[in-house]
Design a binder for this molecule. Structure first.
Ligand code: FES
Ligand code: FES
Length: 156
């Protein structure tokens, strides 16, 4: 059923009209023009479309918009309003983690949740396990893991 619904996206309340069963990813990209969230496989397998819902990473291709029950954060919501990058974004930039960048927005979102949860106690093994849900066809895993640990202030 198509309905107008209110969603909280990046701390703003927005109204969108869409079918209940439309994937959140389509709503973000096609209705709200938040194209930083990427379409990869469309089947919950690659992690490219990961956003935070209520602070937890969720593949937005796999959840119907009608089932979204918490505030959504996309990669566009990470930086401060004055343009200051989130510490994870800054670490990825500083360590040049990522080549084509296609996978990075999804990885950033999962990493934000991980670093928020574990802080400086985070270990390399935990980062590798958590990011196993994400495919990076450029094979930039080593620098990505290093950037996450750097942002967490963890030992490397
Ligand atoms: S596009 Fe959603 S997991 Fe691949
Ligand atoms: S940086 Fe290209 S797919 Fe990961």
């Amino acid at each position: 059923m198509t309905a107008a619904r209110q969603l909280t996206i990046n701390k703003e309340i927005v109204t969108v009209e869409s079918p209940d069963d439309e994937p959140l990813l389509w709503v973000l990209r096609d209705r709200l023009n938040l194209v930083g969230t990427r379409f990869g496989c469309g089947e919950g397998e690659c992690g490219a479309c990961t956003v935070l819902i209520g602070g937890r990473p969720v593949t937005s291709c796999s959840i119907r918009v009608g089932d979204v029950s918490g505030p959504v954060t996309t990669v566009e919501g990470l930086a401060s309003p004055d343009g200051t990058l989130h510490r994870l974004q800054q670490a990825f930039f500083d360590l040049q983690a990522g080549q084509c960048g296609y996978c990075i927005s999804g990885i950033l979102m999962r990493a934000v949740a991980l670093v928020d949860r574990r802080g400086a106690d985070l270990t390399e093994a935990e980062v590798r396990l958590e990011l196993d849900a994400h495919l990076c066809r450029c094979g930039d895993h080593t620098r990505i893991v290093a950037a996450v640990l750097h942002a967490a202030g963890a030992q490397q």
